[in-house]
Design a protein around this ligand. Structure first.
Ligand SMILES: C[S@@+](CC[C@H](N)C(=O)[O-])C[C@H]1O[C@@H](n2cnc3c(N)ncnc32)[C@H](O)[C@@H]1O
Length: 219
């Protein structure tokens, strides 16, 4: 499996990319030992995503592949999944993970290096977009508009933003992003999507310390 390069390098080869290139291994290990990975799988399982064998899925800002792995672990079997991230090292780590993971159907997963603000896909391509902890790096409106563009009408967006909390603020500092207030996320999302559900994870779940989840459908 080769990693496709879809980005205009000089424009987006920025601080974020370098940061995640440096920390990819450590970040992935930490998320494994604190139970975050298993927590993601558990909650994806409970979502009504209407995935079938023809579905095309995008994990936007896939990092080291935690969400994609959780998605396959939750027994979803789409036709193909594209994992897209700025950080080449994160994509390499994810590729190694998919090879080893007995749940992930590695041959169906295609990594692409790229920017969520300039997705290298035609309008109305995907049935489902998964995105976790990434819109915090870009202007909210621009990211949501781009996700809406590449989703089919009626397609789903599983949006897992960082929520305002003590852990969220610590992560904001450590990972150098900007939290979007949840009220604003809802208001902006409604321009392109119907909100079908918003869920708070219980605090006993590691993912609940910093995240919440929205199930959205493209209008
Ligand atoms: C906090 S990590 C989350 C990774 C993964 N979604 C997860 O839940 O484990 C943020 C990821 O977003 C990626 N990222 C940030 N800005 C991006 C952009 N404009 N386009 C694509 N990826 C981006 C980073 O490289 C990093 O891998």
């Amino acid at each position: 499996m080769k990693i496709r390069m879809a980005q205009k390098t000089s424009k987006v080869k920025n601080k974020t990319q370098h940061f995640y290139d440096r920390v990819a291994d450590v970040h992935d290990f930490m998320m494994k030992i604190n139970g975050y990975r298993d927590s993601v799988a558990k909650f994806l399982k409970s979502m009504d995503m209407e995935v079938n064998e023809d579905s095309l899925v995008l994990d936007a800002g896939s990092g080291t592949g935690i969400v994609t792995k959780g998605f396959y672990r939750a027994n979803f079997r789409p036709k193909n999944t594209i994992t897209l991230d700025l950080s080449l090292n994160s994509l390499k780590v994810s590729r190694e993970q998919f090879k080893k993971d007995k749940w992930t159907v590695e041959k169906d997963v295609f990594p692409v290096q790229g920017n969520i603000l300039e997705l290298p896909f035609a309008d109305q391509t995907f049935d489902l977009v998964l995105t976790c902890g990434v819109l915090e790096y870009v202007p909210l409106e621009d990211g949501l508009r781009e996700f809406s563009r590449i989703l089919k009408t009626g397609g789903k967006l599983i949006l897992i933003p960082v929520k305002p909390s003590i852990v969220g603020s610590v992560l904001e500092f450590l990972y150098n992003f900007k939290l979007h207030p949840i009220k604003e996320v809802k208001e902006r999302a409604q321009a392109y999507f119907e909100i079908q559900g918003d869920y708070k994870f219980p605090v006993t779940e590691p993912i609940g310390w910093s995240k919440m989840i929205f199930l959205l459908e493209k209008k």
